[in-house]
Design a protein. Structure first.
Lengths: 505, 215
């Protein structure tokens, strides 16, 4: 029955009656409706807050775990770096110390030679001239004219003798000095050699000091890691993220390399494996080609592990050195065998392509076209290029082990951090949602009150009328009852502490 | 005990792999060539079509070419048939031999007096069902005008469920030119007959359109 016909012929009245009844119904069930909305809101809000708290706790736990993993990895890296520094220092010391006895002997020899030379250059004082005694005798002669002539002759003779001896002495002296200079010149080379040796020793010491300072730095870094300082953590985080992205880029490049390799061997593999069989929608031949590439990467990984470049497999890493080297040789032989297989497949690919081209020529132009095509000169460069590529690519792919190790080690931390951030974001979103639901509840209650505003307004008018004392006391008791009732019925939201307990449980 | 467990695990892995291995979907193509009357002049075009499909069919696919003559429901009418080897090099060799057979046939073909299309279709369905291919295609290179010798009955239902039938180069006869309704009627008749037998029907008259010829 249409609402407009409740009172026949009076649609307006019918509508007013219906609205009045609806308003009254809404007013009478107002308390229950509000209660229902509150309960629903409480249910949703508390669950959302609980979930939010749980996510936040999870993110905290994950952050702690990430930190542990990060420090563990950092310590391992620092240990490796320290070990490397020690090995370098040991090599340096060993190298220098082995040279020291010979250097010492050399220096001593040089010093001895120099001493000898110095001894040779020591000067013997020239003998006193004999003519001094003659001059002394002349001075004792009496001063007479007879003696003047004799003295003059004697002096002349002495003068000549003096000049003669002077010249001789000067010559001898010059010869001695020249000899000494020559001796000293000979000592100069010893001196230079000595200087060179001492400079070498100085440089060695300088290198040692540098190495020691590097080691000090490493040790300090290691100590920071062991202490778990914030500085070390920040450094590790930055380093780890950078390494992760760099390794990822290298891995992507290697992926392209593997794709090229795959295309190189996929076609000829159809000659070796049934081209009509499939596994999960993929041709067996294509899967075979992919498996060969994966085997090459695996063998390369083992090789890198066995020569100590990566540390992914402790079993290989802790092998005896001799066994490890045997293992490395075995891996290298397998890898070279696979390279040979790939080169062969590349050759086969070129043959197949040529055969296909001949067939197409035959189908298009008949026997004549085939004859013409076969008479044309073909360059072998593409075939040689493909074969070389087939041989070299597996060896290049072997190096993917290094970025792979880096991705494995740093990826754990980077992905862990990402998960932590996602958890925090979800937690925040859930909190926001709970607040929105709360606000929505208030709004819905207000909308409800607007719908039945008339009875509420009347109620309000009655309530705000001046009251007698008795009435007031009765009203007070009524108010108390209502308040108590509200306290009893009003849903109580759990506080954060209890939510924490629930979330943890 | 350990050995038994290891053997069992190995067996399990191998059998799982074997179970996962499935046959690649293969295509079976049966081409019927009309050799009646003046239609033999069109066979050069048919040779090009054959070469096109030879170049495009893959290892594991089956291909047969048969002639439509007075009584086509016979193995003798199959000019060449092959299921390509799984090795591409061997398949290429088979394609060469196949093309040579077709070349020889076209050089030596003689016109037949009658045209038994239904017999050829029946032979095609038999052959393709035997090869157990995933996709069965029958191509009819003909003007679709059936003329049967006396005593031949072809009023049976064709077993062509899940087949694809393609009519190639359906030429217009001089009578069709006078009354095009005859041509339309002929095409309509074959379409209904083929579709009633459970196959799909398609007509390709422009053989230059490579996209229409793609399987």
């Amino acid at each position: 029955m249409p609402i407009a016909n409740i009172i026949p012929g009076q649609p307006v009245l019918s509508w007013i009656l219906v609205l009045l009844c609806a308003t009254l119904v809404l007013y009478f069930i107002r308390q229950s409706a509000h209660q229902l909305l509150d309960n629903l809101t409480q249910l949703l809000v508390q669950n959302l807050r609980l979930l939010s708290k749980a996510l936040l706790n999870l993110s905290k736990q994950m952050a702690v775990r990430n930190r542990d993993v990060l420090f563990e990895h950092g310590q391992q890296q620092a240990e490796r770096a320290l070990e490397r520094q020690f090995i370098r220092l040991s090599n340096l010391v060993e190298k220098d110390l082995s040279r020291y006895p010979s250097m010492q002997r050399d220096i001593e020899q040089n010093i001895t030679s120099m001493e000898d030379k110095l001894l040779l250059t020591s000067q013997v004082p020239a003998p006193l001239p004999e003519w001094t005694e003659a001059v002394e005798s002349i001075s004792k002669l009496k001063d007479t004219t007879k003696n003047d002539a004799v003295v003059g002759k004697l002096l002349q003779a002495i003068y000549e003798a003096f000049h003669k001896q002077q010249n001789e002495v000067m010559n001898v002296y010059r010869a001695d000095i020249a000899k000494s200079h020559n001796q000293l010149k000979g000592a100069m080379s010893h001196w230079r050699r000595l200087h060179h040796k001492i400079t070498e020793v100085g440089q060695s010491w300088h290198l040692l000091i540098q190495q020691a300072s590097k080691m000090d730095h490493q040790v300090e870094h290691f100590e920071n890691l062991v202490k778990g300082t914030d500085k070390a953590e920040n450094l590790l985080k930055a380093s780890s993220t950078t390494q992760f992205f760099i390794s990822m880029i290298v891995m992507v490049i290697a992926g392209f390399g593997a794709f090229v390799n795959y295309n190189l061997i996929a076609l000829p593999m159809s000659e070796l494996m049934p081209a009509t069989s499939q596994v999960a929608g993929y041709n067996v031949a294509d899967i075979g080609a992919a498996v060969i590439i994966m085997l090459e990467i695996t063998v390369g990984l083992f090789f890198m592990e066995s020569i100590g470049i990566t540390r992914l497999f402790p079993v290989i890493h802790f092998m005896e050195d001799k066994k490890r080297m045997i293992w490395a040789w075995v891996c290298m032989i397998f890898l070279l065998a696979l390279c040979g297989v790939e080169a062969g497949l590349a050759f086969m690919r070129e043959s197949m392509v040529a055969d296909k081209a001949l067939l197409t020529s035959f189908l298009v132009g008949g026997e004549q076209a085939v004859t013409q095509a076969s008479q044309q000169e073909h360059s072998n460069i593409p075939m040689i290029g493909q074969m070389m590529l087939g041989f070299v690519l597996p060896l290049i792919l072997m190096f993917v082990a290094i970025p792979f190790e880096s991705v494995i080690h740093t990826g754990r931390h980077v992905l862990g951090n990402l998960l932590v951030q996602i958890c925090i974001l979800l937690s925040t979103l859930l909190r926001t949602l709970s607040l929105l639901i709360k606000q929505l509840n208030h709004s819905l209650k207000n909308v409800y009150d607007i719908l039945c505003f008339a009875p509420i307004w009347i109620e309000h008018l009655i309530e705000s009328r001046p009251k007698t004392k008795d009435h007031r006391s009765i009203k007070n008791t009524d108010d108390d009852e209502v308040q108590n009732k509200q306290i009893k019925t009003e849903p109580k939201l759990l506080d954060d502490a209890s939510l924490d307990e629930r979330a943890e449980s | 005990m350990k050995h038994i467990v290891k053997t069992l695990i190995l067996g399990l892995v191998m059998s799982t792999l074997a179970a996962c291995t499935e046959q690649k979907p293969t295509t079976g193509l049966y081409l019927l060539l009309d050799t009646s009357g003046t239609y033999t002049k069109e066979l050069k075009k048919a040779q090009q079509i054959i070469h096109y499909y030879l170049a495009n069919l893959e290892p594991g696919d089956s291909f047969a070419v048969a002639r439509i003559d007075s009584g086509s429901f016979s193995e003798k009418d199959i000019i060449a048939k092959v299921t390509f080897d799984h090795r591409p090099s061997r398949a290429n060799e088979q394609k060469r031999i196949f093309a040579q057979s077709i070349q020889h046939f076209i050089e030596t073909v003689k016109s037949s007096a009658y045209t038994d299309i239904n017999g050829g279709l029946l032979q095609a369905s038999e052959y393709l069902n035997e090869t157990q291919v995933s996709r069965k295609i029958v191509m009819i290179f003909s003007d679709l005008l059936e003329e049967l010798p006396k005593g031949f009955k072809r009023d049976f239902d064709l077993p062509l469920t899940d087949f694809e039938v393609v009519a190639l180069n359906v030429t217009k006869l001089s009578s069709d030119n006078r009354d095009p309704k005859l041509y339309m009627k002929r095409l309509d008749f074959w379409q209904k007959r083929i579709e009633l037998s459970g196959a799909t029907w398609r007509v390709i008259n422009d053989l230059e359109r490579e996209d229409a010829l793609v399987l």
